[in-house]
Write a new protein. Sequence first.
Length: 262
Amino acid sequence: MGKSKYIKKKQPNSVVFQRQLDKMGEKIVHLKNLNNLVNDSYQTHIEHLANFARHDMKNSVQSMDSILNTLSLDELKNEDWESLKACLENIRKTIDDFSKLAPIDSKNRFLLPELMVGVELLCRSLLDQNRITYKFNFPRKSETPIKQSFHALLQLMHNLVLNAVKALSSSESKLLSISATIDASICEIEVLDSGIPIESQDLEKIFEYGYSTTGGSGIGLFHAQYICEAIKGSIVLSIPENSLFTKKFTIKFPIELPLDLE
């Protein structure tokens, strides 16, 4: 019986092993950054939702307080009574508008006008406070259902508006235009502003994590691209020619995800 040949066990290559560790470390850092930006973006989104309701109802509550705390029942005049009813109606309208920003739909189905009105309601106080002239253009009678996450798209648009507000803060011309169209399968949204111009070499970098031309965190646009990719859409930044605007974001996404991606 012959002797069995001894085969020496192959020792792991330390260089290859270190490279694998480095790649794992980079992936962990990327996932950590992604988790942080999602949390930060949600915190900002929730803060603005709260500010929306507070800002729109604050004046009505103060007016009611001034009447109820300074006048007795005998001193109430008809115009005071009408003022109280108007304040109450304003509060009701604000609550109704707030509910439109977060519709409960287990199937995630909504119409394009619901999304655009939600963006306008959420952002109007911020735009007014910064004296930005804005315009929303979209088919207000569109009946084509969109089967996507309403909250994700609302946050995507919110991030783009926040980015525009920062870009417009030091601009003499404060213009913002948001338009949306929809066909049988694709929704396209354009966001244009007249803020700080973007240099051509920055067009590709603008969506990188932490990169900002306005002194911001560099999270909003990175998260906007992340949401677009998650819903199998795209977002592109371009420089309009012969326009009052300095930049244009074009978002495209399918109105319904494939069945295997739901």
